[in-house]
Design a protein around this ligand. Structure first.
Ligand SMILES: NC(=O)C1=CN([C@@H]2O[C@H](COP(=O)(O)OP(=O)(O)OC[C@H]3O[C@@H](n4cnc5c(N)ncnc54)[C@H](O)[C@@H]3O)[C@@H](O)[C@H]2O)C=CC1
Ligand SMILES: O=C(O)C(=O)Cc1ccc(O)cc1
Length: 362
């Protein structure tokens, strides 16, 4: 198929989609960004084939238009799209973290709108952070509107298959309910913990002491505030509901603390541990499903090429690799994600044979 795809918004998500779509043999990828410098960068990086001067001109040619902008901006662009000269049969889609408000707005459009949300990302933003492999093995939720026929849905799924994400069709309300639980509300917890730390002005050294747990749980507080403002205002009711549940949970926990009874406190942690350990985070999870292997590595030059070199020699493919942030003077943790549990076991055996570094599964 020859398909002209327009991506509006060439940041982390739009840029990563552009990179992944470059794998498509017959797709022409054009890109538009309100920030001209970003569009120019994307073109120079070779992740878009063309960079039209205006969104109206860009939209004319497109068979598929992907809005990869903050969700409030996406609503504005959807409204503007009514005045664009669109091709017959064009498919509009987006990448926004919220779906209900967007799908309500899509009802006012005369064309097919298939909501989308690739459930992978990071606390970074901008085209510089874009990665071709960002969506591999992650879920990619689609929420078609009533106009979307089976053929158009299949067409979009086929196009997005180059991302190697697992595509899942959901109702917008179900999407928003579940993402409020596992993504949106946790973001507020991260931000509020950082606020709580910041208020401890008499203890500035606490910031230095902030250990792995605090860093892990608050990493996402470094995300783009504009993006999270929009998510929070659009999925507001669901998030408020999660906060009510959280406050009830905190009241229960507070009572447990006031009683200060050892067994009950241990049971609370034990129950949380059992549920957490059973979460399919490293398996076929609700959100992410990579098979991660953790390796304690020393912070020495060349360590990454050494480790990936062993895997290359034993022909074990990886889907992702990252280092969990640690202090500079202690060991870092290298996290390598594999496509299958078998690959992860092979890698573990390989590292056990060839290095003295400890490796473990979370
Ligand atoms: N960051 C993440 O981890 C994830 C974000 N999302 C969603 O994807 C969307 C994009 O997020 P990111 O790529 O992270 O944001 P980003 O901030 O990295 O990129 C957004 C881009 O949109 C451009 N833009 C803003 N207004 C525009 C307009 N009117 N016309 C054209 N371009 C415009 C900006 O200049 C920027 O380059 C958001 O809706 C977000 O909720 C979805 C999954 C993960
Ligand atoms: O960085 C992380 O862990 C994230 O959770 C990123 C993220 C942000 C927004 C989304 O809608 C989906 C994923």
């Amino acid at each position: 198929m020859n398909v002209h795809v327009l991506i509006i918004g060439l940041g982390l998500i739009g840029g990563s989609l552009a990179k992944a779509l470059q794998r498509h043999p017959d797709a022409h990828i054009s890109g538009y960004d309100a920030d001209a410098l970003t569009a120019r960068k994307a073109y120079k990086m070779g992740i878009i084939h063309s960079s039209p001067p205006s969104v109206e001109i860009a939209a004319k040619e497109a068979d598929v238009i992907i809005f990869a902008t903050p969700v409030a901006t996406t609503l504005k662009l959807m409204e503007q799209s009514k005045y664009w000269d669109l091709k017959n049969g064009v498919i509009l889609t987006d990448t926004g973290s919220t779906k209900k408000t967007i799908m309500e707005a899509a009802k006012n459009l005369d064309c097919t709108f298939i909501g989308g949300h690739p459930m992978a990302g990071s606390h970074k933003s901008g085209v510089e952070a874009a990665k071709e492999v960002l969506f591999e093995n992650a879920f990619y939720v689609l929420t078609p509107n009533d106009e979307a026929g089976a053929e158009q849905l299949a067409f979009l799924k086929e196009l997005l298959s180059v991302t190697k994400a697992k595509i899942e069709v959901l109702a917008a309300a179900d999407h928003d309910h579940m993402t409020a639980i596992v993504s949106h509300f946790p973001h507020l917890i991260a931000a509020s913990l950082v606020h709580q730390l910041a208020k401890e002005e008499d203890y500035p050294f606490a910031r230095q002491l902030a250990a792995g747990g605090f860093r892990d749980i608050t990493r996402i507080a470094s995300s783009n505030p504009e993006m999270w403002r929009d998510i929070t205002t659009q999925n507001n009711a669901m998030i408020v509901q999660q906060m009510d549940n959280w406050m009830a949970e905190m009241a229960e926990l507070r009572e447990l603390l006031v009683q200060n009874e050892e067994t009950a406190i241990q049971d609370y942690f034990q129950e949380a541990k059992s549920v957490r350990d059973e979460l399919p985070i490293a398996g076929h999870g609700a959100l992410y499903s990579a098979y991660d292997l953790y390796i304690d590595i020393p912070d020495i030059p060349g360590i990454l090429s050494e480790m990936t070199g062993y895997l290359a020699e034993e022909q074990i493919s990886i889907v992702n690799l990252r280092i969990i942030e640690t202090r500079e003077d202690v060991f870092g943790i290298l996290v390598i994600s594999f496509q299958t549990p078998e690959d992860r076991e092979k890698a573990r055996a390989c590292f056990n044979r060839r290095t003295s570094y400890d490796s473990y599964i979370s």
